[in-house]
Design a protein around this ligand. Structure first.
Ligand SMILES: Nc1ncnc2c1ncn2[C@@H]1O[C@H](COP(=O)(O)OP(=O)(O)OP(=O)(O)O)[C@@H](O)[C@H]1O
Length: 257
């Protein structure tokens, strides 16, 4: 029996805003086995980032049960979070951005040098090590953000709309790149996207969220994910189409209430 690496049961998060309680997510149930990819898709404001803040250990004010590898999320450690804007420090070079986390973990200079060089080399970024983020393309910046996360050897990679600011072709290249990273490292990956094709291309499990306060309204098991040749194939297009209909129906239903 496979034990879920990530397990969320009855998650509920409220925010207090100007004296009023706002429910951001309600009754969220989600599970993901180790070394699988999960994609969360849902309308704006349904609570996707709220969910990630809990998983990244940044928000402890929730009710329900959340376990990552059997432990309550505390941040750091085995979990890495990559944000939409990449989170790179503009005044630091690629190299200095990548080694930051290792320095914070008080690694020796030798360990830092060797781990950073290995990851940058693997991701084809060594030649860019002395550049600053502003001197990189969007796709290169995204790869540096992935390098910065991977150098810490996480077991769970959380990515919050990581490719949303990339043009269509670069986006596909980076999706392929992420697939390659996943196949090599067998990381568990949970990714948020608004893009249906991306969800079907990358997600072994696709979690569809309802409009806010969000909950998971459908889980699509997707054995096709992980195939580089998938885009354009009939089953891929069919799954995208049915996911699109589901999301439209749900938005229409919410608008009618
Ligand atoms: N710090 C906060 N204080 C008060 N309300 C918040 C806070 N953060 C989020 N919210 C509210 O909680 C709800 C969920 O927000 P969240 O950012 O998690 O949604 P999302 O699905 O990630 O949205 P998007 O797709 O637009 O990024 C929204 O109604 C939002 O206004």
């Amino acid at each position: 029996m496979s034990v879920d690496y990530l397990s969320i049961k009855s998650l509920h998060v409220d925010y207090l805003q100007k004296g009023k309680m706002i429910t951001a997510v309600d009754s969220v149930d989600l599970s993901l086995p180790q070394s699988k990819t999960g994609v969360i898709i849902g309308p704006s404001g349904c609570g996707k980032s709220t969910l990630f803040n809990v998983l990244a250990g940044l928000n402890h004010r929730y009710s329900g049960h959340v376990l990552i590898n059997g432990k309550v999320p505390e941040g750091g450690g085995e979990t890495a979070l990559i944000l939409q804007e990449y989170g790179l420090l503009p005044w630091k070079t690629v190299w200095d951005n990548v080694i930051l986390g290792l320095q914070l973990r008080k690694k020796t200079t030798q360990e830092i040098q060797s781990q950073a060089a290995t990851v940058l080399d693997k991701l084809g970024l060594l030649s860019l090590a002395k550049r600053f983020p502003a001197q990189l393309s969007g796709g290169q910046r995204q790869r540096v953000a992935i390098a910065r996360a991977l150098v810490l050897e996480p077991k769970l990679l959380l990515m919050d709309e990581p490719f949303s600011s990339l043009d269509a072709l670069t986006r596909e290249e980076i999706q392929d790149f992420l697939l390659q990273i996943w196949q090599e490292t067998k990381l568990t990956i949970l990714l948020i996207t608004h893009n249906i094709e991306e969800a079907v291309f990358l997600g072994n499990k696709i979690f569809v969220m309802s409009p806010g306060p969000g909950s998971i309204i459908q889980v699509v098991e997707n054995e096709m994910a992980g195939d580089y040749e998938l885009r354009g194939k009939v089953p891929f297009l069919e799954m995208c189409s049915s996911l699109r209909s589901l999301l439209h129906r749900r938005e229409q239903h919410a608008a009618d209430i």
